[in-house]
Design a protein around this ligand. Sequence first.
Ligand code: PFF
Length: 444
Amino acid sequence: MTPTREHWTSKLGFVSAAAGSAVGLGNIWRFPYVTGENGGAAFLLIYLAIVFSIGLSVLIAELIIGRSAQLNPAGAFKKLAGGAWPAVGYMGVITAFLILSFYCVIAGWTLAYMVKSVTGSVLLNDAAQGGATFSAFISNPVEPVVYTAIFIALSILVVLGGVANGIERASRYLMPALFVILLVLLARSITLEGAYAGLVFFLQPDFSKVTWGTLLAALGQAFFSLSLGMGTMITYGSYLQRRQSIGGSAVAVATLDTLVAVLAGLVILPAVFAFGAAPSAGPGLTFITLPSVFAQMPVGAFFAVLFFFLLAIAALTSVVSLLEVVIAYFIDETGGSRTKVAALVGALVFLIAVPSSLSLGVWSEYTIAGKGFFDALDFLTNNITMPLGGLLVALFAGWVLRREALLELAEGSSMNRTVIGAWYVIIRFLAPVAIAVILVSGLV
Ligand code: PFF
């Protein structure tokens, strides 16, 4: 154990930071469109069931591993078991790095759209025109790269402040701000004329639309949204003091994360229906459909700026957590100073984000397995390394740590035995089987 390891200052501080990691583009950009594509309310119910069974259990497992080892993911597996297990940690560090390369690009777009909403240049009344503007922007070789660089620099500034003064403090201010903005947008959205159809779509389930694919989409979304499978929660867990409890905090994080996703759905889908746009527009929902909705709304420019600011905040605290996985690894393993390591990691992330951004434009002809760089990284991380990481974490906690994991979970916590027992059953049996299924079908 590094004797000088920093810790969260309180339970609230940890919950803010972990919720900051979980709440991100996944909740506000991805969740509403994935729900839209998968038929609405039925998907929502399945998603909730998965988050509070498998998702919560894997989250607890990652926190247990981190808190007990007090080390980055690779160091943690080395310390707790050795053998081939540290490979899971290395895979996590690499996955975090790869996710950063495209997540920072999308995060850069949110900054750009915030600026462009001020000038009104993206608030076009027509979705086709909005689509053309969006394509022209993301394929531009310079502008999105500049915004990505600004975003990475902002995140590095937070990380430089350290665990308590940087990450925890930023999350404590930004998370409540995010909630307030969401509530303002919610009030606007559900009072629009015609918003009701969106509420029905989001809240009235139609199970005839559920397919095998719906389950897979829900499980994948749950993992991404809760920041699982790449060591983020192991890293954040490693900054917990042993007496800080895990169970209650994990429930709080999963609840906040889900609340924000549901609120984002309640903001976006009613607005989409009110203006007759298609809920199944896919990834373009946020950057193409919504701006056209804002353009038709009274004082739409104001709400657009607020919305993209919200997205940027959410993305910032998530990027910070991904950076921290890589940075914690290098600090623990090399003993380097946080400043040096953070500067180096920031530069490396920028270097790999550039091809990610360019692959949507001037470098689109270079492909890996038929996909552009951006899409290839997205596919590799979401469909392979994240579920695989989650599967191995579940197996590790349930079959390698076993009793040790149970004792660790009980420590500092007032959880009753039935709940702890339920966690154990899920982590040993349900989670590995369910995740193995998505992994296989994701590949097939
Ligand atoms: N949970 C974040 C989101 O929903 O946007 C994304 C994310 C952050 C994934 C951190 C993984 C991670 F380690």
